[in-house]
Design a binder for this molecule. Structure first.
Ligand code: CP
Length: 314
C-alpha cells in the first residue's frame, strides 16, 4: 500500500493500514537513529516551520530533531515571539509562512480544528502537533509504537488510560489508535472527567480504580489539564490524588508485566508518585525517544516519501 495523505490531522481519519505503515517507517528510522551518522538526506532542501502557539517541550523538540535528522531546514516560531501578539490572525500568519516558501507547517494551537482549517487554505502539508482537546496524533502514534515494541500485537491487550480524559487530546488520539489496533481500552477517573459518552469511541468507562487496573498490561496516566478547564471538576488536587493517583500499592493491581506510560508533562505526586515515574516499569522516557522516529516517519510520508525506500534504507 502506498502513502497518499498530504496532511496528518487526526488518528480518527487514519486506517489501520496507515497506522501500521507509519509504525513500520518509524522502525526503519529508529534503526538509523542508532547509527553513528544519524542523518539521512530524505528532506534535503525542504524547509519545515514549527508553529507552536501553545507551550511544549517534547513535541516541539522532537519535531525539530526529526526534521534535522531528515536533513530539512527548520524554523521554530512560538506565540511569544510571533506577530500573533500584535493581533495577526492565524490565517495571516500561516499564509505568510507559506509565502516565505515553507514546504511544510507543523501547528500546535489551543483551538480544536485549527490544523484542519489551515489544511483547507494552504497548499503545503499541515501536521497537527496538538489542537485543543481534540487530537494529538503523533503522540497517539508514538504511544502505540512504544506499546508494540513491548508487546508485539496489541490485539486484546488491556490498556487503561487514567486521569483527565475529558480535556485530553492525547486520550482521544490514543483511543482511536488503540481501538483500531484491537486493544481493549478502559478509561478511568472521576465521573466529571470521564463521562459515559466516551463509550461511543469504543472504550469501556469506569470510575472504580481497582477494577479498572486489575490485570491491565498498560496504564497511561494523564495530568489534570487546568489550562482547558473553566471550572473545577473535583474538590481539590489532594482529593483527586487520594482517589485516583497511581502509587506503589495501587500499581500492585496491574498485570505483573505491565508498563507505566505518561505523555508528559508529569505532575509528580499528583497523578503519579515519583518512585513509579522513575521505576523499572516506567517507559516514559522511551516514549519521548520514540517521538523522534515516529515524527520522522510522519514528515517523510507527508512530504511524499516512499515507505518501502525508508524501510529498505534502514
Ligand atoms: N506530550 C506532549 O505533548 O508534551 P509537550 O506539551 O511538552 O509537547
Amino acid at each position: 500500500m502506498s502513502w497518499t495523505r498530504k496532511h496528518l490531522l487526526t488518528i480518527e481519519e487514519l486506517s489501520l493500514d496507515e497506522i501500521n505503515q507509519i509504525h513500520a517507517t518509524a522502525s526503519a528510522f529508529k534503526k538509523i537513529l542508532g547509527r553513528n551518522v544519524k542523518k539521512v538526506p530524505a528532506l534535503r532542501g525542504k524547509t519545515i516551520v514549527n508553529l507552536f502557539l501553545e507551550p511544549s517541550t517534547r513535541t516541539r523538540m522532537a519535531f525539530d530533531m526529526a526534521a534535522k535528522r531528515l536533513s530539512a531546514d527548520v524554523i521554530s516560531v512560538d506565540a511569544a515571539t510571533s506577530s500573533t501578539t500584535k493581533g495577526e490572525t492565524l490565517r495571516d500568519t500561516a499564509q505568510n509562512i507559506q509565502a516565505l516558501n515553507a514546504d511544510m507547517l507543523i501547528i500546535r494551537h489551543s483551538a480544536s480544528g485549527s490544523p484542519l482549517y489551515l489544511s483547507r487554505i494552504l497548499d503545503i502539508p499541515v501536521i497537527n502537533a496538538g489542537d485543543g482537546a481534540h487530537e494529538h496524533p503523533t503522540q497517539g502514534l508514538l504511544d502505540t509504537f512504544t506499546m508494540k515494541e513491548h508487546f508485539g500485537s496489541l490485539k486484546g491487550r488491556k490498556v487503561v488510560i487514567l486521569g483527565d480524559i475529558l480535556f485530553s487530546r492525547v486520550a482521544r488520539s490514543n483511543i482511536h489508535a488503540l481501538t483500531k489496533l484491537g486493544a481493549a481500552v478502559t478509561l478511568v477517573g472521576p465521573s466529571t472527567l470521564v463521562p459515559h459518552s466516551f463509550r461511543d469511541l469504543g472504550a469501556t468507562v469506569s470510575h472504580d480504580l481497582k477494577t479498572a487496573l486489575a490485570d491491565a498490561e498498560v496504564v497511561m496516566l494523564l495530568r489534570i489539564q487546568h489550562e482547558r478547564q473553566s471550572s473545577s471538576h473535583f474538590p481539590s488536587l489532594g482529593e483527586y490524588t487520594s482517589m485516583f493517583g497511581l502509587n506503589k500499592a495501587r500499581a500492585e493491581w496491574l498485570h505483573p508485566k505491565a508498563i507505566i506510560m505518561h505523555p508528559g508533562p508529569i505532575n509528580r505526586g499528583v497523578e503519579i508518585d515519583s518512585d513509579l515515574a522513575d521505576g523499572s516499569r516506567s517507559v516514559i522516557l522511551e516514549q519521548v525517544s520514540n517521538g523522534i522516529a515516529v515524527r520522522m516517519a510522519v514528515l517523510y510520508l507527508c512530504s511524499g516519501g516512499i515507505p518501502e525506500q525508508a524501510i529498505a534504507g534502514a
